[in-house]
Design a protein around this ligand. Sequence first.
Ligand code: SAH
Length: 270
Amino acid sequence: MAWRSSGTSNATLIENLWRNKLITQPLVKSAFLAVDRGHYAPSAPYDDSPQPIGHDATISAPHMHANAVETLLPFLLPKTSAGEKAEGVGDLVGEKGRPRRVLDIGSGSGYLTHVLAELVGENGVVVGLEHIPALKELGEKNMRKSKEGRHSLDTGRVRFRVGDGRKGWSEPKPTISQPGVGGPANGDAEGEVRKDEEGGWDAIHVGAAAVELHEELIRQLRSPGRMFIPVGDGGGWEQYIWTVDKDEKGEIRKERLYGVRYVPLTDAPK
Ligand code: SAH
């Protein structure tokens, strides 16, 4: 499938993904059009293939990013009040409520983190988590190449953090009296925790192949919430995308989707 959607510019790449039905939702298309892959892939950015970004990591192929976003979409869009549906997504949008929180594990180039931020709206938060500090820096640096990217970082809507994605992530708790937007806040013990910083994730994207469906990641999903995760067989190259859904009652549903090849979710290099 890799060659089919390649383009000569960001716009033609996205148009080809759309024509080949790898992107089917208008809001997803707009989000991908808003982020120039040229800011994130050091070579052949408009090819529909993965590209090396250093440190044995790759920026995934555009069709994989497209499928990940399409799969997570109902858990990304800002919730609107009943009846006030976003165009083109029908019933996908939930009831009005707390802002979206999304975790992008193995953020690498930062490209998908940025696309996710385009979808969660002004009040949503996306955290890009990397275990290699240089790649955490790379994601941030790439995102600073655009005005919108700089805005998202400066307002704290997007944060890049260093940590082991197998353990998930909890943001340090900022408070109303000390919002600490965008940075690790020294939580004010007396202060009230800001509503939008309450724990858990509406959506978790994992960009590297795990050896198992890590329980801790499932625990950190909100009810409802969805995780998109490649899982390998613990050594071989056989990997599959899985989705894990947690419903309103906290019940878990796991589904194996299709075969893939991702770099492994591992210990950080020494
Ligand atoms: N979504 C990224 C994918 C990068 S490749 C992109 O498209 O640019 C996978 C990334 O997962 C690498 O950057 C790698 O450093 C990171 N990674 C691997 N194991 C990890 C772990 N245990 N915790 C956090 N990140 C990890």
